[in-house]
Design a protein around this ligand. Structure first.
Ligand code: TRP
Ligand code: SF4
Length: 328
C-alpha cells in the first residue's frame, strides 16, 4: 500500500513552536498514514552554523523528538532517526561532493542570503557551502519520491535533483529525482503580530504549559483601533482572530460578527480562544510530561529508527558504489 517514499528533516534548533507545528509537523502527521515516511533530525546540518557552540545540540535533538512524539508522530508508522547515527549520510555526501560543481553551491540563493544575513558567526566555511550537498545525500539515500518542505527549501530540493541527474548521467541510472511537496502552511502570526519566530521572541511553544500559553494569549496584540469594548473591531488585522480561524473553526463566523459589531470585548474573546487552544494543546503537553520522564524510551526510538534507516541506507550505498565502480 505505502509504496511512495517521503523524507523530511528538521535541524535541532530547540523546542518547536506553533508556527513550526502548522508549517510542517501537522503535515507530517497526515503523511505518516499515507506514505513510507522517513523523518530525521539533521544534527550535522545544525553544525554548519553552530560549530563553535555545540553544547546544546544533544538536548535540542531530544526536545525535537519529544515534540514529534507528543503531537502524534508514531515510530510504528514512520521511521524516526538521527542523521549522525546513520554514517552512510557522510559517505554519500562525500561522493556527491566529488561531482557537484562549485558554481551550483555558490549560486544557491539560501547560501547567498545567509552569508549576508548571519553576521554574528563566521559561516564562510567549506561545510556551510556544502550544506545542500549533505541535504541531497539525506534525500537520495532513501530514494524519496517526495520531500515535504517550506518554500525556503525549494532551491535545495532543486539542487538535489540536479545532483541526482548528474550522478545518473556519469554512472548510470541510480537515483530517482525527488519532487518537492510544498507544505500549504497555515500562517500563524506571533504574539506581537509579526511572523512567529524565535528571534522575535513572540512564539508560543508546543511545550508551553497551559498557564504560560494563556498568559501569552492575554498579552497578544489585537485590533489597535479598539479602545473601548464596544468599539467596532477589524478581525482581519487582529492576531487573535487568526488563531480563532485555526483553533476555533466552528465559531469563527460568530466571533467575526460580534467583533465587527463591537459586541464582545477583546478580553472575553481571548478567554474563549484560550479554552479552545487548551483543548488542543493540553493533551500534547501532558504527553510531553510523560515522555520527558522516560528518557530511555526516547533513546530507544532514536536508536531503533536509526537502525532501520541504516539498513535502507546500506542498500542504496551499495548501489551507488557499484554504479561508480568503487565497490572493490
Ligand atoms: N535544510 C532543512 C531545513 O533547514 C533541514 C533538512 C536537512 C532537510 N536535510 C533535509 C529537509 C532533507 C528536507 C529533506 O529546514
Ligand atoms: Fe481581535 Fe477578538 Fe478583539 Fe476582535 S474581539 S479585535 S477578534 S481579540
Amino acid at each position: 500500500m505505502k509504496d511512495k517514499v517521503i523524507l523530511s528533516g528538521m535541524r535541532p534548533t530547540g523546542k518547536l513552536h506553533l508556527g513550526n507545528y502548522f508549517g510542517a509537523l501537522e503535515n507530517w502527521l497526515r503523511l505518516q498514514d499515507e506514505y513510507k515516511c522517513f523523518f530525521f533530525v539533521a544534527d550535522w546540518h545544525a553544525l554548519t552554523t553552530v560549530y563553535e557552540d555545540t553544547g546544546d545540540i544533544g538536548k535540542n535533538v531530544r526536545d525535537v523528538v519529544i515534540d514529534w512524539l507528543s503531537t502524534g508522530l508514531d515510530p510504528q508508522k514512520c521511521v524516526i532517526f538521527l542523521q549522525s547515527r546513520v554514517k552512510q549520510h557522510a559517505e554519500l555526501y562525500l561522493l556527491f561532493s566529488m561531482i557537484t560543481p562549485l558554481s551550483w553551491l555558490t549560486r544557491c540563493p539560501t547560501y547567498k542570503d545567509q552569508l549576508l544575513q548571519i553576521k554574528d558567526k563566521n559561516i564562510s566555511t567549506y561545510g556551510f557551502l556544502g550544506y545542500p550537498c549533505l541535504q541531497a545525500a539525506d534525500i537520495l539515500m532513501y530514494n524519496a519520491d517526495f520531500v515535504p518542505v517550506g518554500e525556503d527549501q525549494l532551491p535545495h530540493v532543486e539542487l538535489t535533483r540536479e545532483i541526482a541527474r548528474r550522478f545518473n548521467y556519469l554512472y548510470g541510472k541510480t537515483f530517482k529525482e525527488p519532487q518537492p511537496k510544498l507544505t500549504v502552511s497555515k500562517v500563524l502570526p506571533g504574539t506581537d503580530g509579526r511572523k512567529m519566530s524565535k528571534s522575535y521572541n513572540n512564539t508560543i511553544a508546543l511545550s508551553d504549559s497551559p498557564e504560560e500559553m494563556g498568559k501569552k494569549v492575554g498579552r497578544m496584540v489585537t485590533d489597535p483601533a479598539r479602545i473601548r469594548k464596544d468599539d467596532p473591531g477589524h478581525p482581519d488585522v487582529c492576531s487573535v482572530f487568526a488563531y480563532h480561524k485555526l483553533f476555533n473553526p466552528d465559531e469563527v463566523k460568530s466571533v467575526e460578527f460580534s467583533c465587527r459589531k463591537g459586541e464582545i470585548g477583546c478580553v472575553q474573546c481571548k478567554r474563549n480562544l484560550v479554552s479552545k487552544m487548551q483543548e488542543f494543546l493540553t493533551p500534547i503537553y501532558e504527553r510531553r510530561i510523560e515522555l520527558e520522564k522516560n528518557e530511555d524510551y526516547i533513546t530507544e526510538v532514536i536508536e531503533q529508527g536509526s537502525l532501520k534507516a541504516s539498513q535502507e541506507a546500506d542498500r542504496i550505498m551499495g548501489m551507488a558504489r557499484q554504479a561508480m565502480k568503487i565497490d572493490f
